[in-house]
Design a protein around this ligand. Structure first.
Ligand SMILES: *[C@@H]1O[C@H](CO)[C@@H](O)[C@H](O)[C@H]1NC(C)=O
Ligand SMILES: *[C@@H]1O[C@H](CO)[C@@H](O)[C@H](O)[C@H]1NC(C)=O
Ligand SMILES: *[C@@H]1O[C@H](CO)[C@@H](O)[C@H](O)[C@H]1NC(C)=O
Ligand SMILES: *[C@@H]1O[C@H](CO)[C@@H](O)[C@H](O)[C@H]1NC(C)=O
Ligand SMILES: *[C@@H]1O[C@H](CO)[C@@H](O)[C@H](O)[C@H]1NC(C)=O
Ligand SMILES: [Cu+2]
Length: 236
């Protein structure tokens, strides 16, 4: 209950802070110079096609990936669509045994793939071993602890299911450790990123992170944050 109370008190404050305020020293954000009075539109993943799966990041301004758990055979390209809504997210490969922490570098130099914190971009991984479950999460502070995690080729039952992975992340909740953002990492174990994130929108059509967009985000996210915090409180 203490954790829930803490989350309920902290989350609205975070939502009110600007993304720049939370991420003062953070990485460069794709921020097109053009301004527009139209509100930014969330990137929407197109339907899957053969060998190509598409995932919405922060779908409908909720702290989830959609879909968050699926299977993908060798050679499948999985593209994550990051919205243009004034808040960064990441797709960071994790370790089932250590939720909300990036997959560590191993002695052979292999670490997890990582989009780095980003918005208004696409990021694609290529499945290189469909026999290995791939776990990922968003490393923006508190997002993983709110359940913003996903899995590919996770077992249907037993140890290592998506449900367990997400429950373990939510259990960490507000005590999630802050992850340094080192930007794009190709990684990974079971999948490789094909390139650093690339801009989603055509340069001439983007409205960027204008004040208008940021204000819209704050109201939308506050509601989402409160809803998620309430959900966590119910689980606790
Ligand atoms: C996750 O997706 C796999 C298919 O890859 C499915 O077999 C499994 O039941 C799903 N797990 C959950 C918890 O939905
Ligand atoms: C994905 O990886 C497979 C080998 O695992 C390779 O043949 C294919 O060219 C890769 N696709 C891309 C777009 O990198
Ligand atoms: C489940 O998997 C994790 C990670 O591989 C491992 O640390 C843990 O001991 C496993 N638990 C059981 C009950 O097998
Ligand atoms: C490197 O180590 C990781 C983790 O121990 C392992 O999963 C991976 O297969 C290794 N890669 C190579 C190329 O040996
Ligand atoms: C996918 O590729 C990995 C690595 O080469 C291999 O071990 C695995 O058997 C392949 N999966 C299938 C279904 O062939
Ligand atoms: Cu996020």
């Amino acid at each position: 209950m203490f954790t829930s109370a803490l989350l309920l008190s902290v989350l609205p404050l975070l939502a009110l802070a600007s993304p720049q305020g939370i991420y003062g020293g953070g990485p460069p954000v794709a921020a097109p110079a053009a301004s527009s009075s139209a509100p930014p539109t969330a990137a929407t993943a197109p339907p899957n096609t053969a060998g190509q799966m598409n995932v919405n990041v922060a779908f409908q301004e909720n702290f989830i990936f959609s879909p968050s758990n699926f299977s993908a055979p060798n050679g499948t390209l999985v593209t994550f669509f990051f919205p243009n809504a004034g808040l960064q997210h990441s797709v960071t490969q994790g370790d089932f045994a250590s939720p909300c922490v990036p997959l560590a570098s191993s002695s052979n130099g292999t670490s997890g793939f990582d989009s780095g914190l980003t918005e208004n971009t696409q990021f694609t991984i290529n499945i290189t071993n469909d026999q290995i479950p791939i776990y990922f999460f968003c490393k923006f502070p508190l997002h993983c602890g709110m359940g913003m995690v996903g899995s590919i080729n996770a077992p249907t039952s037993g140890n290592g299911t998506f449900d367990e992975w997400q429950a373990a992340a939510v259990k960490i909740g507000g005590s999630e450790q802050t992850i340094t953002d080192n930007g794009f990492q190709s990684g990974g174990v079971g999948a490789l990123a094909t390139a650093a994130p690339t801009n989603t929108a055509a340069p001439s059509a983007s409205s960027g992170s204008s004040g208008n967009g940021a204000a819209r985000l704050v109201s939308g996210s506050s509601a989402a944050l409160v809803a998620v915090a309430a959900a966590i409180a119910m689980l606790a």
